[in-house]
Design a protein around this ligand. Sequence first.
Ligand SMILES: *Cc1c(COP(=O)(O)O)cnc(C)c1O
Length: 471
Amino acid sequence: MTPEEFRKAGHQLIDWIADYRQQVETMPVRAQVNPGDVRRQLPVQPPEDPVSIDQLLEDLNSAIVPGITQVQHPMHFGWFPSNASLASVLGDIASSGLGTLGISWESCPALTELETVVCDWLRQLTGLSEKWQGTIHDTASTACLTALMVAREQASDYSQNRGGLQAETSPLIVYSTAEAHSSITKSALLAGFGSDNLRFIDVGAETKAMSASALRFAIEQDIDNNLRPAAIIASVGSTGVTAIDPVAEIAEIANEFGIWLHVDAAMAGSAMLLPECRKLWDGVENADSICWNPHKWMGTILDCSLFYVKDPELLIRVMSTNPSYLQSTVDDEVIQYRDWGIPLGRRFRALKLWFHLRLDGPEAIRQRLRRDLENANWFADQVRNTEHWQVVAPVNLQTICIRHNPHDMQGDELDAHTLAWVNSINQSGEAFMSASQLDGRWMVRVSIGVESTTREHVEALWGLIQRAVEK
Ligand SMILES: *Cc1c(COP(=O)(O)O)cnc(C)c1O
């Protein structure tokens, strides 16, 4: 494809995307396909002859779009808001169009330096002090794995330079809660800690937040048993019920015992753009690393996860490589982000944050987040004030966990009722919510915060839900 051919096809694609975004509200929210449906429409043999962009866009409409669960749909209330602001989409296109190679400062100085700048802008926008330096990872999963690898090396006096974990005699311990995201367990296992050495600390019965006193007890017990506490992961906004672990108290314990504290605010980090929400991560300044995803509620298109540390030297000590072919004369003046994380080749992700922050602007983003919080409060009030309905967990941000229980149903009967009404709505394509377990029983999470979701959509959802339980 020549640049001239690209210009023509590119205009068509941009028009197609704009049309798609205008029409997404008319589509079913959940993909109305069965396993294998998408694949069956595609040829088994790879193509030999090129097709026109018109043909390709037609196939995009007929074979691909029906196989998408439309998370940009205003009636999407599932999982979490996975916003993809069009301003950030333009930045992503610019990144692809430039075709840069991020393997060293020299391979793309602008990639490195814009990353430093936008991470610092977001540091300021979320009220973090100048002590923090950030980088962009693909996902919070990678950020947590990185944090745990650094914690592991610090706690083992850099065992990687000897026999690694395999030569350690006394196990290293990681502390989190059962409410933490599944990526926390995955990271602990991938970082080599072993499931026997991952402690799920007790949580409050209502709050589902980590008990700081139980944490202290577990750490003291482990030390008495000659085990070595290495890392604590505090969740600010857990996946199930948006539980907020008490970061200030946890940080005090972490500092007292010299344990790495990683704060996972993947979803809730967006809320820190609002000064009134920052009390939720009070104490965060005393953590060792923080991660949050602009690619969730804030709406910089996936993938875009921010990872902040106070001392990048600790990352470099564990992850630096310096082969001769990557060395340059300015190495001691520049940042080499490859040494702050796992991949060598890095995308120019800073561009989508730059486009998003400059074309939409932080104030518009803040207003949208506040709108969503008000909508969540409105929805929670409707549920609380309606007979047989219950809000089953504290509403800390924009997720409301609900149950309907008309005649004192218990156990399996209640589970069957909950799954029946939520599945009937999800299958209809009219709206989408996630069912999730709380204390071993099903409830429904209503996660508000799609960019196009207004009060009218939230009202429509409440109407749908009430009709669904009548059936
Ligand atoms: C979404 C989420 C994650 C995982 O995010 P990825 O970027 O998809 O890896 C981790 N923790 C919490 C609390 C989350 O909400």
